[in-house]
Ligand binder design. Sequence first.
Ligand code: KG4
Ligand code: ZN
Length: 379
Amino acid sequence: MSGPILAIETSCDETAAAVIGRTSEPGRPWTILSSIVASQTAIHREWGGVVPELASRQHVRDICGVVEAALENAGVSAADLSGIAVTQGPGLVGSLLVGVAFAKSFAWSRGLPVVPVHHLAGHIESLVLAHGELPLPSAVLVVSGGHTSLYFIPDTGHYQLVGRTRDDAAGEAYDKVAKLLGLGYPGGPVIDRLAREGNEHAFDFPVARLTHADRNAPKTTAPAGLLPAEVARRVDFSFSGLKTAVLRLVRDLTGAPARGKAADADALGAMLTRQQAADIAASFQRVVVTVLLDRTFEAARWLGARSIGISGGVSANSRLRAEADARSAHYGIPVFVPPLSLSTDNAAMIGAAAMRLIERGAVGDDYGFNAEASLALGQ
Ligand code: KG4
Ligand code: ZN
């Protein structure tokens, strides 16, 4: 498989296709020949979040045009391709199935191999696509709407899970708080913007400290002893308490009854002044960014990491990027974040993770795999 590969990503609400080629530079092994993303945000905004059934139908409508555009922009024809990469999971199963079925049929009709890819491996390899190989070992935080997971990368293509959220993902917390403030969907970018007008010390939201072991921990995680048990607990995340604290504050500020229906909460945002909403956004964001970076830097120190990576949709956050740079300079450890185009979901990162699997010889030659909504990585 030396020619370019076509990559497809349909795990949530973006239909994406990209063509990825190889370079002759070992430190910067892959290059993006094209990357197309058709976002469904406008469709889901009306409902305040992603509606799975609408998402899969829209993927069906968009996938052919998106793939055609990716091939055309790259200036390659299907005959030039050496394989097809596709996100196998995790994600919405109906959405994943569109990409998987498309990839298998396209590949089968051309006699090409298909490489199933883990979505989070894609977010991790997006860093290499953007910056070249990271100094290893590395600690990489994948922080998105569906995940907040901290990985140790001892060697290229090896992902060991060392920390994760016990409840909501950070991006999910952004989306829920934005909904509560009446700011619309997706919440990350709007809170990011509004927070610039607010006082981040206006409200003191709690930081969840996890003192007990994770009873729902996956059976096998990173190798035993990689982190001392007490540190392993400290580098887990929890965002549901923070979301509830914001809800309580909004009820206090608006004089709404403490035990209203959750649905009523959505209307409360409209009763806040713009300054109150901005102060809440900034104070919420300060806590999220501090928690994410405190735990990532602490894990990196214990792991002896030579670099830190932060990827996934929330890595687009301007406050997170600025604070990560400042800490990088302070602690003398390089921190890598992808450009905005590679932070949120895209297919180029899926192509990169497939290239990694191909290099490692970890690719089978059958089409027997299926979409998996809760596919694990590094467990
Ligand atoms: O990686 P992604 O595109 O999809 C998943 O795999 O989940 O991440 C989407 C998430 C959403 O929750 C969105 O609100 C968040 O990333 N996000 C942001 C920003 N841009 C997107 N969160 C904070 N600040 C941003 N600027
Ligand atoms: Zn993602």
